[in-house]
Design a binder for this molecule. Structure first.
Ligand code: NAD
Length: 518
């Protein structure tokens, strides 16, 4: 296969990962190539900065590689390289851009198993889920390739034969800053609409997951984008700040926490740069007693335990109508206890390791506090130590269901970003809608009921950007995704994202003589 035979031709590898464990996935061994900064169509050592940070494999706790952060000079070089490529790319027709994006989608699909394995090793999520992430990633590129050829303005007739028209133009160099929970997918959700609209991009992944996005950069180059159109800089807050303050950056698209989102918005305000903010959440999932119980239980598990619970739109406040509280809780606990935890590269694993030790400790802290505040641990919540000695230093915990919860508890109010579900009983529709909306966040929400009028009435009343009826946490790329309130603004995916990566120019054309009032 092309994907495998191309590997040796790449820049010499420095780190071969867990060969024995990687053998257990369909891919075999995966290699991380160095360096991990990417500029003007090639991997480069950063021109400055250069501080080496260790990157961990969550499943084993071992260092898999080191990444050199980018300083101000490297950030500038990446932006300049994007600017140069923008001149070429923005002049191409939508159809020409579409062909390149389709080719990138094809390569991702072809190399999907290798990319999924890389993602699993660097992020800790199960290979089963990583494959889904990669599928959603190439689908996103295909979707925007499909739109690229039809991006257009409109023609407006004016009196006397005069007319106006609008041109939908790209913004220029866009910055993408990503979180660590969906490293490759976040990069695709940002770059696909950005590139389709004719922009260039400099992307900074989380320092915890710097690996797979460089693969995406190589794929774009192989697919035929002009060199420099998609660049990767590495590092943490300092590198992100250099990007946000750079005068040649036209737009910032950020995925991450609310506190960082506030800082991004402040920096963008200084340069009057448009921003998209995809931030955190504490979303409600409302289970009415007239639901199909098995579907509701499945929905609650999907809403809480994908990617070890490290999902922004998770429905972590599960409101259950009191009439079915016992039946629902019993079934959810039974199913949660059966979730197979362990080596994320094994085919039957459904929950891998959390991203790192400090985050695992933080999640544990939330559970301890929940108990102190009166919640009851119905299952899980403790650390999990796999039998395999290679995994003994990994960051595992058992998925947790909390009962006896009340709305004022910290575990119900704050984003935990781990596998912790809080169950909250309710009695009436009016009451549950009010409680569901009583949060600073507004990313997502869900409802399970067989009553079609009630379903639409309730989602219409929810103050959240992404709502689900009788399902949860599916992400078709055709649907816009984004938050209300403190969960951010702007939209990714769907046609809506085009608005956030382009601008309208209005041209007014006079066909007659100019009449002056002076
Ligand atoms: P984070 O805010 O700590 O970091 C996100 C990114 O911002 C990283 O790349 C980080 O290096 C960078 N960064 C940090 N400080 C910065 C600064 N001052 N200037 C510029 N860049 C800076 O978030 P995280 O821990 O990586 O991710 C978890 C959070 O992301 C959760 O709150 C989760 O809900 C949210 N998230 C939201 C979505 C969404 O689509 N709404 C998706 C995934 C994750």
């Amino acid at each position: 296969m092309l994907a495998r035979s191309r590997l040796p031709a790449l820049i010499p590898s420095l780190f071969v990962l867990r060969p024995s464990l990687a053998m257990s996935s369909a891919t075999g061994t995966v290699t991380i190539h160095q360096p991990l900064n990417y500029r003007a169509g090639a991997r480069v050592h950063p021109a400055d900065g250069g501080q080496a940070e260790e990157v961990y494999e969550p499943a084993t706790g071992r260092v898999i590689c080191k990444v050199l952060s980018s300083g101000e000079k490297e950030v500038d070089l990446a932006v300049q390289s994007a600017k140069a490529a923008f001149k070429i790319w923005s002049q191409m027709s939508g159809m020409e851009r579409s062909r390149v994006l389709l080719e990138a989608a094809r390569i991702i699909r072809e190399q999907g198993e290798e990319i999924a394995t890389m993602e699993t090793i660097n992020n800790g999520k199960s290979i089963f889920e990583a494959r889904v992430d990669i599928d959603i990633s190439w689908q996103c590129l295909e979707y925007y390739a499909g739109l690229a050829g039809s991006l257009a303005g409109e023609h407006i007739q004016l009196p006397g034969g005069s007319f106006g028209y609008t041109r939908r133009e790209p913004l220029g160099v866009c910055v993408g800053i990503g979180a660590w929970n969906y490293p490759f997918q976040i990069a695709c959700w940002k770059s696909a609409p950005a590139l389709a609209c004719g922009n260039a991009m400099v992307f900074k992944p989380s320092p915890f997951t710097p690996v797979s996005v460089v693969k995406l950069a190589e794929i774009f180059t192989e697919a035929g984008v002009p060199k420099g159109l998609f660049n990767v800089v590495q590092g943490g807050a300092a590198t992100g700040q250099f990007l946000c303050h750079h005068p040649d950056v036209a737009k910032i698209s950020f995925t991450g926490s609310v506190p960082t989102g506030i800082k991004i918005m402040e920096m963008a305000a200084k340069g009057i740069k448009p921003v998209t903010l995809e931030l955190g959440g504490k979303s409600p999932l409302i289970i009415f007693s007239d639901c199909a119980l098995e579907n509701a239980v499945n929905g609650a598990l999907m809403a809480n335990f994908l990617t070890q619970g490290e999902v922004c739109c998770n429905g972590t406040r599960v409101f259950v109508e009191r009439k079915i509280l016992d039946a629902f809780t019993k079934e959810v606990v039974k199913r949660t206890q059966k979730i197979k935890i362990g080596d994320p590269l094994l085919e039957d694993t459904r929950m891998g390791a959390l991203i790192n030790r400090p985050h695992l400790d933080r999640v544990q802290g939330f559970i301890k506090q929940a108990k102190e505040q009166g919640a009851e641990v119905l299952c899980g919540g403790d650390l999990y130590v796999p039998d395999d000695p290679k995994l003994k230093n990994g960051y595992y915990m058992r998925p947790c269901v909390l009962g006896n919860c009340t709305d004022d508890m910290t575990c119900v109010k704050e984003e935990i970003f781990g596998p912790v579900m809080s169950i909250l009983p309710f009695d009436t529709e009016e009451e549950v809608v009010e409680r569901a909306n009583a949060t600073k966040f507004g990313l997502a929400g869900g409802v399970f009921t067989r009553d079609i009028q009630k379903a639409h009435r309730v989602v219409a009343a929810l103050k959240a950007g992404m709502c689900f009826i009788n399902n949860y946490n599916i992400s078709p790329v055709e649907l816009p995704f984004g938050g209300y309130k403190a969960s951010g603004f702007g939209r990714e995916n769907g046609r809506a994202a085009i608005e956030y990566y382009s601008q309208l120019k209005t041209v007014c054309v006079e066909m007659g003589d100019v009449e002056s009032v002076f």
